[in-house]
Design a protein around this ligand. Structure first.
Ligand code: S3P
Ligand code: PEP
Length: 429
């Protein structure tokens, strides 16, 4: 589906409550299913990816009721999950795929995980190799690298695992397997990655030990159903934070945004670039929550690399757009993981933004952006990637010419109401 956007000297004013955090929504279904008793989830993201997670657990016999404001999961525990009759379809969701594989690894039945074309090209051996080492029988195209992937789980042994990639999906998969292994599993992260799985284990009454980048988890724990309040997704809020920062005369407030310290890299980057940003922290729930107010201001370039990368990995497409409006040369490095997301996000960002007049070049592990650039209209593509589609829609605010985005429907993966939220705060002058 092509979508056309054409703004005339817009300014952005008002307040938005972005939809629920995608990472936390996925995990709320998983822990809800693995706990005994009822779990109530409020603020759940009804985006395609999280709906895929619901469907996978329903296929394993878990009753999940959906109403407008709540999701209710009737938990069955690890041992209550049933062999699925149908294929487990993860759609476009890498998080569902990798976390689910960690759960399936310990279950004594056969299952097959499939997804869309994008999922079929995303690397899975990072997960399937250690899970096989723990004792699961797993096969798939290219020796377990690509879906479809079949799993016959069973008795698992704990491992000490030094993660070769800074990936929360990989860490979480091994945690889920570790929960089913007999003994203590140790995981060592090269850099700290998002810790929603660890927080949720504690929220559901389990325990996990964290010492710097070393995590230990004991197998055989029981979880109890809980209420989960999902905060707004900082990765969705990022599109409006950047829009507010770069569209002259704007002031936007974003309420109820999750501000987990393992996800707040965009805040650091905005501050370093000279953004006019106010962060008000609210009472800490299982996850920290904040209200963010952004006003447009003069921005300067920044260098981004090293340990901040996992804290803003999904925000790099919109940070690249931000950098096109900043004075000087922005360098983004150590971000090779971008090549294995929904699409190769280094190529997608660079090639699509060039079509709109950005001065941007790809490097082996990131990109270099010279700003400020005057953007113009054009025909671009989301390449089937929600974050590329939304970044290009924000770029359309910077020109009075038409920006036509092919494949815009991809945004329903993480932010189905993105367009109506954008139109609710954009006023043409
Ligand atoms: O664990 C998660 O919920 C996620 C982890 C990240 O992926 P990696 O673990 O591959 O870095 C992120 O890009 C993805 O959107 C969600
Ligand atoms: C990479 C993403 O998600 P996933 O890996 O779950 O497909 C994302 O949402 O940007």
């Amino acid at each position: 589906m092509k979508h056309s956007l054409c703004f005339q000297n817009p300014i952005l004013k008002g307040s938005i409550k972005v939809p629920g955090d995608k990472s936390i929504s996925h995990r709320s279904i998983m822990f809800g299913a693995l706990a005994e008793g009822k779990t109530v989830v409020r603020g759940f993201l009804k985006g395609d990816d999280c709906l895929s997670t619901i469907q996978c657990f329903r296929s394993m016999g878990v009753q999940i009721d959906e109403s407008e404001n709540e999701i209710i999961i009737h938990g069955v525990g690890f041992s209550g999950l049933k062999e699925p009759k149908e294929l487990l379809d993860v759609g476009n969701s890498g998080t569902t795929t990798r976390l689910l594989l960690g759960i399936l690894a310990g279950l004594p039945f056969h299952s097959v995980v499939i997804g869309d074309e994008s999922i079929a090209s995303r690397p899975m051996r990072r997960v399937t190799d250690p899970l096989k080492k723990m004792g699961a029988k797993i096969d798939g195209r290219e020796n377990g690298q690509y879906t479809p992937i079949s799993v016959r789980g069973g008795k698992l042994s704990p491992i000490e695992f030094i993660m070769p990639h800074a990936s929360a999906q990989l860490k979480s998969a091994i945690i889920f397997a570790g929960l089913q292994a007999e003994g203590i599993t140790t995981i060592i992260e090269p850099e700290k990655t998002r810790d929603h799985t660890e927080r949720m284990i504690e929220h559901f009454g389990g325990s996990i030990t964290r010492d710097h980048n070393r995590i230990t988890i004991e197998g055989g724990q029981q979880f109890k159903g809980q209420t989960v309040n999902v905060p707004g997704d900082i990765s969705s809020a990022a599109f409006f934070l950047v829009a507010g920062a770069i569209v002259n005369g704007s002031q936007l407030t974003l309420t109820d945004v999750g501000l987990n310290p393992t996800r707040d890299g965009i805040i650091d980057v905005l501050n370093q670039m000279g953004a006019d940003l106010t962060v008000e922290c609210e009472k800490d729930r299982a996850e920290p929550v904040s209200t963010l107010t952004i006003k447009s201001s003069q921005l300067t370039s920044v260098e981004i690399g090293g340990s901040i990368i996992p804290k803003l990995i999904d925000e790099i497409p919109i940070i690249a757009l931000l950098a096109t409006q900043a004075l000087g040369t922005t360098i983004i490095k150590d971000a090779e993981e971008l090549k294995v997301k929904e699409t190769n996000r280094i190529d997608a960002v660079v090639q699509e933004l060039k079509k709109l007049g950005a001065n941007i070049d790809a490097t082996e592990d990131g990109m270099i952006i010279h700003g400020p650039a005057v953007l113009h209209g054009g025909m671009v593509s989301s390449r089937g990637d929600h974050r590329i589609g939304m970044m290009l829609a924000v770029a359309a605010l910077l020109t009075n010419e038409e920006v036509q985005i092919d494949g815009f429907e991809a945004i329903s993966v993480s932010y189905p109401e993105f367009l109506s939220d954008l139109h609710s705060i954009a006023v043409n002058q």
